[in-house]
Design a protein around this ligand. Structure first.
Ligand code: 0WE
Length: 260
């Protein structure tokens, strides 16, 4: 704990931590500080070895595999969460994937399969996880959902390509989910984070230059920290963010306000 414990007894599902630098892990730690009970997923055995020790360090009762494209794994995940916690207050959706070849070079060359993969994993998964979380959130009397987006959803960021399309779809899903689930006291929001050095950014061509550009040009003249993104996640999930739903909140040192 160590925070104010304002979320004591609340239950959160975190999808998906990859390692200790993941934004999902930052938000998980912020929730843990406030007394939240946590459930984690991982993708594949290689990442299980990374995620399990982290999850155990915060006393997680559920550490389950979850490939969002595999319906049976998602089903099993929510069974496990239901068995362990009985209800669910928070869902953190921090998943994106496009084929590496679709994250550089020509956008017009994007294949149909590459396009569908990016949209399925990065946008549709918010809808399907939310649908499966619904019964458990209704048991809690409501809930709050946060997902992660990026500026490339709104403006052209060279090489972001099909991920930009997927993030635009994701932000739109946030609005439609917020509209539909508002009457159930479930809020749905996105954080549009400035570039941070995570596994998702590893090996992205020109990433270092992008971080330098933010540092030079953003109003705050620096990049955002994982803590700042995590605290915003905590804010949106907690009652402090109670009046906010359907929103995409920029945590980007102000970079998105620039006109040139
Ligand atoms: O959303 C992202 C990246 C998400 C991502 C990363 C990978 C790398 C490994 C999705 N799919 C894959 N597929 C892989 O095979 N970001 C916000 C980080 C990012 O990625 C970029 C960026 C930024 C910023 C790609 C091109 C240009 C800028």
């Amino acid at each position: 704990m160590n925070g104010s414990g304002k979320l004591k007894g609340k239950k959160a599902l975190i999808v998906a931590v990859a390692n200790e630098r993941s934004i999902a892990w930052g938000i998980a730690q912020a929730l843990h500080r406030e007394g939240c009970e946590l459930a984690f997923t991982y993708l594949g055995e290689a990442l299980e070895r990374r995620v399990r020790p982290l999850a155990e360090s915060v006393g997680a009762k559920v550490i389950a595999p979850c490939d969002v494209r595999d319906e049976s794994q998602v089903e099993a995940l929510f069974h496990a969460v239901g068995d362990a916690y009985g209800s669910l207050d928070f869902l953190v959706h921090s998943i994106a994937y496009a084929e590496r070849s679709d994250l550089e070079g020509s956008f017009v060359a994007t294949s149909k399969n590459g396009f569908l993969t990016a949209l399925e994993v990065s946008a549709y998964s918010l809808v399907s996880l939310t649908r499966k979380a619904l019964p458990l959130m209704e048991k809690a009397g409501g809930g709050s959902i946060v997902t992660l987006s990026y500026y490339g959803a709104e403006k052209v960021v060279p090489n972001y390509n099909v991920m930009g399309v997927a993030k635009a779809a994701l932000e739109c899903c946030v609005r439609y989910l917020a509209w539909e689930l508002g009457p159930k006291n479930i809020r749905v929001n996105a954080i549009s984070a400035g570039p941070v050095r995570t596994l998702a950014a590893a090996g992205i061509r020109g990433f270092k230059t992008m971080m330098q550009t933010v540092q030079e040009r953003a109003p705050l003249k620096r990049n955002v920290t994982l803590d700042e993104i995590s605290d915003t996640g905590l804010f949106l999930l907690s009652p402090s963010g109670g009046g906010i739903t359907g929103e995409t909140l920029y945590v980007d040192s102000g970079y998105n306000i620039l006109g040139m």
